[in-house]
Ligand binder design. Structure first.
Ligand code: IDP
Ligand code: MG
Length: 152
C-alpha cells in the first residue's frame, strides 16, 4: 500500500457548527497522522485556485462564497486546513468525508450525518478531502509551505 498525503479542510459550516473535533476524531480513528494544521482566512484568490477545476460550474460563485465563510457570518473566512499522511490516506480521507452530495452520503460519514443542501442549491458538506494523488499534491502545496509540514 502506498503512503500518501491528503489535504483535509474543515469548511466554514464545519467550524461554525463546532464539528472540528469530531472530524479530527474520525481521522484519528482511521489511523492517519496529522502532519500539518492551521486556521486560514481564505482569500478570494486561494478559493478560486483551490476550486479552479469547477470554475465553469453554475454553482461556482456560491462555492467561492461558501468556502470563504460568507454564508456563515465569519468576518475572517475561517477554514481549518490540515494535511494527513498514511497508507491510502486519500481514500481514507474520502471515506471519512462521504459522498459529495450530502443526500447521497452514507449515514455515519461526516457528510451523511451533518451535510445539507441549502435552499440556494449549495452543497454544504462540512469538509474537503483531496480526491486523487494529483489533486492532493497540488492542494497541499497550495495551502501549506513546505516548512509547515512534518517530514518524518
Ligand atoms: P468533493 O468535495 O467531494 O471532491 P467536488 O466535485 O470536487 O466534490 O466539488 C467541490 C465542492 O463543490 C463540493 O464539496 C461541494 O461543496 C460543491 N459542489 C459540488 N457539486 C455541487 C453541486 O452539484 N451543487 C452544489 N454544490 C456542489
Ligand atoms: Mg473535489
Amino acid at each position: 500500500m502506498a503512503v500518501e498525503q491528503t489535504l483535509i479542510l474543515i469548511k466554514p459550516d464545519g467550524t461554525h457548527r463546532k464539528l472540528t473535533g469530531l472530524v479530527i476524531d474520525r481521522l484519528d480513528a482511521s489511523g492517519l497522522d496529522m502532519v500539518g494544521a492551521k486556521m486560514v482566512s481564505v482569500s478570494e484568490k486561494l478559493a478560486r485556485e483551490h476550486y479552479k477545476a469547477l470554475s465553469e460550474k453554475p454553482f461556482f460563485p456560491n462555492l467561492i462564497k461558501y468556502i470563504r465563510g460568507e454564508f456563515h457570518g465569519f468576518k475572517d473566512h475561517r477554514v481549518l486546513a490540515m494535511a494527513y499522511r498514511g497508507e491510502n490516506a486519500i481514500a481514507k480521507g474520502r471515506a471519512v468525508a462521504g459522498a459529495t452530495n450530502p443526500e447521497h452520503a452514507s449515514p455515519g460519514t461526516i457528510r451523511g450525518s451533518f451535510g445539507r443542501i441549502t435552499t440556494a442549491g449549495q452543497f454544504e458538506n462540512v469538509l474537503h478531502a483531496s480526491s486523487d494523488e494529483a489533486d492532493a499534491v497540488r492542494e497541499i502545496s497550495l495551502w501549506f509551505k513546505p516548512d509547515e509540514l512534518l517530514k518524518g
